[in-house]
Design a protein around this ligand. Structure first.
Ligand SMILES: Cc1cc2nc3c(=O)[nH]c(=O)nc-3n(C[C@H](O)[C@H](O)[C@H](O)COP(=O)(O)O)c2cc1C
Length: 134
């Protein structure tokens, strides 16, 4: 399976109703496509992990990349995995990732992982419920 984490810059016009619709759309499609993952939003940036069969992940990323509800999508982690990190979630959504909102903005502006991002990634993966290892 393929697991990809990306960050992006949300369209500033996006509102909470738009986000509810986006997440519902993602969950329905992902259930169909055997994809799982998580999405966080700090008011400016998205970070998403998408995992599943390689071709399904790639096809979904291509759709997401073309989506005008955000831009500046940058992959920060890509790996082949044996086990899912968010097996229980077609798309876990955490709108207010309060403790790490600024870390996410810095990462999205910088466009690549630094050692200092480890806390952010670890906390993000911990949303999946198993400590963020791997
Ligand atoms: C931040 C963000 C995350 C998204 N995540 C997903 C996702 O996990 N799965 C998905 O199918 N679409 C996701 N989308 C929506 C896709 O860009 C696209 O609109 C959708 O897949 C098209 O679905 P449709 O064929 O049902 O119209 C996301 C969009 C954004 C902006």
């Amino acid at each position: 399976m393929l697991s990809v984490i990306y960050v992006s810059v949300a369209d500033p016009a996006i509102g909470s109703a738009d986000l509810v619709a986006l997440v519902a759309q993602a969950q329905a499609n992902n259930a169909r496509d055997a994809l799982t993952g998580a999405l966080i939003y700090n008011g400016q940036n998205f970070m998403q992990l998408l995992e599943g069969p390689v071709s399904k992940v790639e096809a979904c990323l291509a759709r997401i990349r073309a989506d005008r509800r955000h831009n500046g999508m940058i992959e920060v982690r890509r790996r082949l995995v044996e086990a899912r990190e968010f097996a229980a979630f077609s798309m876990l959504y955490s709108p207010l990732f309060r403790d790490h909102g600024e870390d996410l903005s810095r990462l999205a502006a910088r466009g690549g992982l630094d050692p200092q991002d480890e806390r952010l990634i670890t906390s993000f993966l911990a949303l999946g419920g198993h400590g963020g290892a791997g």
